[in-house]
Ligand binder design. Sequence first.
Ligand SMILES: [Zn+2]
Length: 483
Amino acid sequence: MPLNRLIIIKKLFAQVSVFTLNHQKIMPSTCYLCTRAFDGEMTRQHGEHIIQNAIGGALISEEILCETCGGKLGRTVDTEFSTALAPLTVLLNLPRDRGDYSRVGAKLIAKTVEAAPLEDVQFTLNNDFSVVPRQPVAVRDDVKRLVTVIGATQRQAEQYAKSPQIQVLVARGYTLELSTNAAAHVQNLLVPVGPNSKAVLRGVLKIAIGYASYSGVPRKDFKHLLDQDDLTKSDEMLRATVFPYYPTIDVERFFETEKHTHEDWYPTHHLYLFSQGADLYCYVELFGTIQKYVHLTGRYAGQPLMKKFVQKAEKWEFNEKTFIARDLKDLQILAGEFDVTMEGRLCEDIQKDVLNRARSRAYSLEPEKTIEKVRHLMGLLAQFSLLKNADHFEVVRSVFMKASIAKAQLGLSLLDDLQADPMIALPLVRQTFEDFRIGSIFASRPEQARMVSVVDLDKYAAYKIYELLRAKKRDSLLQYSIL
Ligand SMILES: [Zn+2]
């Protein structure tokens, strides 16, 4: 540390000891992968995104991975994970400061017979919805006497236009057009996506372990999920640990139907870390679409645990400038506001922490809002089930519509039950729904989800991905094939 900065910070500390008193650590923190204690030299702390940066994760911890291990898992887990989710992220406007997963490979179905040659070429779909070929290709319209050369770049299109097969058409009087976007010729784009691929499961496991470690769960509880210098690569271990969520009760069936029409800020990311006796689980939801349970351990011996984090997934108003200190006085105020440790640290690091926490605050949502929404929806269903001929109200129609889709897709019977026996409405509206997605030790939602058949799980996964597509109004253009 430069001497002048050290002196400044020491001077500052004479004034701000009030802030630092709150930050005395009980024990030195360590990296969960290599187990070394952070010493600022050999083992440096590092701001790790608990939910990956490439998918807009806003929760960052300096306490879970050292710089070396964070970089290592970035290469062995995050890169493949982000690539595997690119078919979904390409739809969204994500906040991120590095990495570009806003494009994905696609096969094209041509709109016209003339455009059929496009079906033989690989395309890249960008998140501005331009459709760019990997190699130059020509579309020839003999009626309009027009030849359109489409290249990955303008230059590539120009080069290809000079080739004999194009020049022969120009000599015959065809009009030549150059383009870098095949969107006008697209009937449909086919994009493969694998919500149960190994890359996705490992990425989800990393999120769950990171969140558990951040929440104070000791390493020994999830040590069996780590390899030497990496997360487990065992397929068997991975699939036994990370498994699909499924709405196994009517409340959840109703909530998960047309979720984009009632959930504020959809699509969102959710983390619920909870214990049920000796079992410790993390529910991970990404873009409201990829939903998994992670069984971290069956030998949890700590205090009962229930922690949640919910954030917006898409870009949100965040003005970085208002959180950048112009001088030390500013930094002191900002550090105080965001509860950032200052003692013995570089100004840059303090500033970085302030920005991380400010960003996380700007994106995070109150987890209780989900429970309130559940309560609200159940209240509406209970109330409307008693009405006769009230479906001229838009809100009633939409609730009934949701219930009918939930019945067809997921086997919801609640509305029928309510209409058959109105008395069950009373206990329903009195419920707190605090156990949403969690259940209890006697009726564990994760364990219920484990019992669901592969056919039903696959059908549900496809429905969720289609929901995202519809929410982003891209269902007429894009089609996912689920791997
Ligand atoms: Zn480490």
